[in-house]
Design a protein around this ligand. Sequence first.
Ligand SMILES: NC(=O)c1ccc[n+]([C@@H]2O[C@H](COP(=O)([O-])OP(=O)(O)OC[C@H]3O[C@@H](n4cnc5c(N)ncnc54)[C@H](OP(=O)(O)O)[C@@H]3O)[C@@H](O)[C@H]2O)c1
Length: 324
Amino acid sequence: MSSVDVAIVGATGVVGETILRVLEERRVPVGRVGRFASRARDGVEATTLDALAPYPVVFFASTEDASAEYAPSLVDRGAIVIDNSATFRMAEDVPLVIPEVNPGDVTRDHRLFPVANCTAIILCTALAPLRDAAGLRSVRVATYQAASGAGRAGLDELLAGERALVSGATEPPAAVFPRALARNVVPQIGSFDASGYTGEERKVREETRKMLGLPSLRVSATTVRVPVRTAHSEAVWFETERATSVEELAHACEGAPGVVFHRDGIVTPRDVEGTDLVHVARLHAEEDGATHHFMLWCVGDQLRKGAATNAVQILELLLERGYV
Ligand SMILES: NC(=O)c1ccc[n+]([C@@H]2O[C@H](COP(=O)([O-])OP(=O)(O)OC[C@H]3O[C@@H](n4cnc5c(N)ncnc54)[C@H](OP(=O)(O)O)[C@@H]3O)[C@@H](O)[C@H]2O)c1
């Protein structure tokens, strides 16, 4: 496989630096790697269309504004764009791909690949084998999302808050999050709309439907920020289309691509930090003898499987198929 030059816009951020690490770890055959950010400094260039133009593959891990400004022109010039922002995720004819779940959505003609919301990627990776085993009618999820999901600034605010509390402050800083996160949980990610859902909750609903190929699936989410540095956890209640059993569902999860299934015990964000798989545990019926209503717990590193690793896997898929 010949090597390909790649640019990373947002290389100084937490997702951008994880993309760099994952490209190296997975030995993706990349040639020149250009690092871009909002301004130039050591080894990092300022982002301009001219500076990005020579790269056949451009990862965006920056802001919606940057993706909206540069991605369409780059695609018009023939580049492949793999974009971690939400800008193009729900656009028609744009695939929203988890390589383990819906690789068939990618064709040779696609050039623009949004990477879905991190919570939705972890959720859909866990749900795909259950959909395949028994169909899905509804999904309800409560999330426990890490501070680094809000970027470097979110992680820094949690760490500053922890330090402030240790040194005796009563009210730690809160600027990135709506309330101080240290020793707290905050049930708001994104802004509220008229219906009472937040932006994050809407993304989970819409992107889950798109990735699972179930446009009328009932999905409702309550998304909550917790004082964890990295890795999102999700408590999931789901209803199947067909009557099934815990045993049949467990069998479907075992060996499902991208999933580590725990028949017994628990798994926590600390256990999965720095890893690429989605862990599923605590699969059980909602009530004794239930045939359609079940529950599970899933956890994944949102900087990796929820963002950088999924982005790199999309590039690997394109390279394998000869689409780059
Ligand atoms: N964090 C997560 O868990 C996660 C998960 C899934 C998706 N995402 C998405 O991934 C993207 C990056 O998030 P992040 O968490 O890595 O954020 P971050 O840590 O705040 O990093 C943001 C990066 O974007 C750069 N940037 C900002 N404005 C720019 C501009 N106008 N032009 C070029 N570069 C610009 C920053 O450069 P400077 O250093 O110069 O400011 C920095 O490198 C976002 O779209 C986010 O929604 C994040």
